[in-house]
Design a protein around this ligand. Structure first.
Ligand code: HEM
Length: 294
């Protein structure tokens, strides 16, 4: 368990802040009942709230817990017991599988609520800003403690040891990045080869075999288009983008179209042409469906 002194030091929380919060207690006491009601009015719009706060009894229990938590913010005494209590609240949320996102969003509301109270109750701006600094610190410390339970929970899921596994994962990540770079290099080489193929096909046109030359050139241009798409997708993937499955279907589609162009030169291969056309129709439909989903 972390020590409260260490955490407080990281947030620059001093005895002056503790004193400021204690001074605010009488003011906050007047909002003790209103706080959980407004809190609930805010969080009831989260999609999953009804699944967690499912009946009046649970809502009431939560509101009672919130009142105590709210007033403890302004107790002026922050020791290891205080931290332990926050960790208990955090682990209750983890146990019920409440997303950390909701806790963050709810804490944002608490910040807004406290700011509103201070604006309503303290007219002197300098004093208000001074007190607000301490409120902000204690709320950030609370969020830190409440969400660290989620990290603690994740840490429990180690098979051998945290150290060995994090090194292994780090190595795997670097290795996969290296492989991806290698893939980009391979694709660039492929692009150069397809350019060579294009030039070779053009020579057929000049050699007098115009039909073969034109269809071959068209096929190599299609392949070039696919290589460009693949390089683009890979670069986006390396920059953290989603992997586009559509491109793979595109590769298959172009390969079949190219084959069809070649086969069309042979008048006798009618059956093969029909099966290639059917394959293009199926791949085209899949390509269209995936494009719509992506
Ligand atoms: C600043 C954010 C929050 C604070 C300070 C807070 C505070 C608390 C406290 C003090 C408890 C009682 C813990 C115990 O005694 O073990 C609790 C439990 C619980 N909290 Fe929260 N909560 C927060 C956010 C939320 C949100 C956003 C939800 C739901 C969307 C939620 C749902 C619950 C539920 C379902 C329980 C268990 C209630 C029970 O069955 O007794 N909490 N919370």
């Amino acid at each position: 368990m972390e020590s409260i002194d260490r955490i407080m030091a990281h947030y620059g929380f001093t005895s002056r802040d503790a004193e400021n919060l204690r001074l605010l207690r009488p003011i906050m006491e007047r909002f003790r009942e209103r706080f959980p009601i407004e809190f609930y009015n805010q969080i009831k719009y989260f999609e999953d709230t009804p699944a967690f706060l499912k009946d009046d009894e649970t809502i009431k229990r939560h509101q009672e817990g919130l009142k105590v938590w709210f007033m403890n913010l302004f107790s002026g005494e922050y020791n290891n017991l205080y931290l332990k209590d926050l960790e208990r609240i955090g682990s209750t949320h983890v146990k019920i599988n409440l997303s950390a996102h909701y806790v963050n969003a709810a804490m944002h509301f608490v910040k807004w609520f406290c700011g509103k109270v201070l604006r309503e109750e303290i007219s002197d701006e300098k004093e208000r800003l001074f007190l607000w600094g301490s409120v902000e610190k204690i709320l950030d410390i609370n969020l830190d403690a409440l969400t660290s339970s989620y990290i603690e929970e994740e840490r429990k899921h180690y098979f051998i040891s945290q150290n060995v596994e994090s090194h292994l994962i780090d190595f795997a990540r670097r290795f996969s990045y290296g492989l991806n770079l290698f893939l980009v290099l391979g694709l660039v080489l492929m692009g150069v080869t397809v350019l060579g193929l294009f030039v070779y096909e053009v020579t057929h046109i000049f050699a007098g075999d115009i039909e073969k030359g034109l269809l071959g050139t068209l096929g190599s241009l299609l392949m070039l288009w696919v290589v460009i798409e693949l390089v683009d997708t890979e670069i986006k993937h390396l920059k953290g983008g989603k992997f586009a499955i559509k491109v793979f279907i595109g590769v298959a589609l172009v390969a079949v179209i190219r084959k069809l162009l070649v086969i069309m030169l042979q008048a006798e291969a009618i059956e093969a042409q029909f099966s290639l056309i059917a394959a293009i129709a199926v791949l085209g439909a899949v390509y269209w469906l995936i494009s719509r989903i992506e």
